[in-house]
Design a protein. Structure first.
Length: 400
DNA sequence: ACTAGACGACGGG
DNA sequence: CCCGTCTTCTAGT
């Protein structure tokens, strides 16, 4: 499950293994899709012999800062994973990935790096980048400062390393007319590293419907959202992306296996409700309708036609889709955008967000402590399920 | 056995 | 700016 926390986990492990070490050998398996802009052989040649100065991450990308200006960069895509020789592969959520112990090189390995002590040449460990679905990417960045060129330079702010203030986030969000979910998933938008499960978790915690227009968010809503973006990110990273340790009130453990239309979910209040699955921004979205309401005037575009694209079209069958509301009359009637979208763009953006006052300056912490959550839905600011381990948690204290 | 769905991102309409 | 596509494995039917 490679979203920010899973990638951060992979980064940490690779850093432990490789920082200060020499890349003694690279076994690169040919793959003209995963290797992008470089051949497997070219990648191996570029890495071999170099010393790893640092292992960094931005969003869902992680990369090796080497002793030269070539920077190997990895992206897990949907199914990528990293495995250290002798260790079981990561199991983010069970049951999953029946990791065969110790077959090496592992199945679907695209690159296997052998690290060695820079002085003695003694081998210290092997690491493999694997990807069954081949949607992951391995590239080389050729630049003095890798962060200054694509794909890193175009990314939004990383919510773990560099969370923007409420004001900056609000200003960015209200400029976007897409559903809030689509905006948060946009890696080159305001933030990066957030993927499908994170955004659903965040929006549920923040009590916002994924279809809520980003431009219509109030400052209060952005403040709550900001809090939960930080919260979900920091907590997931604090437990090293191990879903077994995620807080029990999270949607996470309930959302998978969408085989059925709905699944049961227990609210923190103890009430039982259903998880609804809707498609927003082309992705399956888990929604708790009891707490995630759309703002007035916005209707869910639940076109029954959004089934499966191919020839699956089930003819009519409209008889049993009364569950939706076919009223898509008017979302907004005041926009009158028919005229032009070019010129008066700016004024129109402001007009769609009558609540946001740029002059207001808020204190992050003060607002976080005054979250507009209902009493029965209050979330523990002190997130319980994290074990007493206090090793890699420097940032936890002043989080949120 | 068969097939919808999957933790992502990009290109096109 | 939404949708299809790429690709292949898994889990549910």
């Amino acid at each position: 499950m490679p979203e920010l926390p899973e990638v951060e986990r992979a980064r940490r492990r690779l850093e432990q293994l490789a920082k200060g070490k020499r890349i003694k050998k690279v076994l690169a398996n040919e793959d003209t899709i995963v290797y992008s802009g470089v051949t497997h052989a070219g990648f191996a040649t570029a890495c071999e012999g170099k010393i790893v100065k640092a292992v960094k991450r931005k969003g869902k990308n992680f990369y090796l800062v080497l002793s030269e200006k070539t920077t190997p960069i990895f992206h897990f895509g949907m199914s990528g994973t990293a495995i250290v020789k002798g260790e079981a592969g990561p199991i983010y959520r069970a049951p999953r990935a029946k990791t065969e112990p110790c077959i090496w090189p592992p199945k679907y390995a695209k690159a296997v790096l052998t690290f060695a002590d820079a002085e003695t040449g003694e081998e210290v460990g092997d690491w493999a980048f694997c990807d069954a679905r081949r949607l992951g990417r391995i590239k080389l960045i050729e630049a003095e400062v890798p962060e200054e060129v694509p794909p890193l330079s175009t990314l939004g702010a990383d919510p773990f390393l560099d969370m923007p203030s409420v004001e900056v986030l609000a200003a960015a969000l209200i400029k976007r007319h897409a559903p809030i979910k689509a905006v948060l998933l946009d890696q080159n938008g305001p933030l990066c590293g957030i993927g499908n499960w994170m955004v659903d978790e965040i929006l549920y915690q923040a009590r916002l419907h994924p279809s809520h227009p980003s431009s219509a968010l109030t400052l209060e809503e952005v403040t709550t959202l900001h809090h939960h973006i930080r919260d979900v990110t920091v907590v997931a990273c604090a437990v090293n992306a191990d879903a077994a340790q995620f807080p029990s009130h999270w949607l996470f453990s309930f959302r998978w296996g969408k085989g059925k239309k709905e699944k049961d979910f227990i609210l923190p209040s103890g009430e039982k409700t259903a998880i609804k699955f809707v498609t927003v921004g082309g992705r399956t979205s888990a929604v708790i309708e009891a707490v995630q309401k759309l703002p007035k005037g916005v209707v869910q575009k639940t076109k029954a036609a959004v089934k499966k694209g191919k020839g699956k079209r089930k003819a009519k069958e409209e008889s049993e889709e009364e569950g939706e509301e076919e009223d898509e009359e008017e979302n907004e009637e005041k926009n009158g955008d028919e005229s032009e979208r070019g010129e008066e763009k700016v004024t129109r953006e402001k007009a769609t967000s009558p609540y946001f006052d740029e002059r207001v300056k808020l204190d992050d912490r003060a607002m976080a402590e005054a979250l507009p959550l209902s009493p029965s839905f209050k979330l523990p600011l002190d997130l319980s399920p994290t074990k007493p381990r206090a090793s890699t948690r420097a940032s936890r204290s002043r989080a949120v």
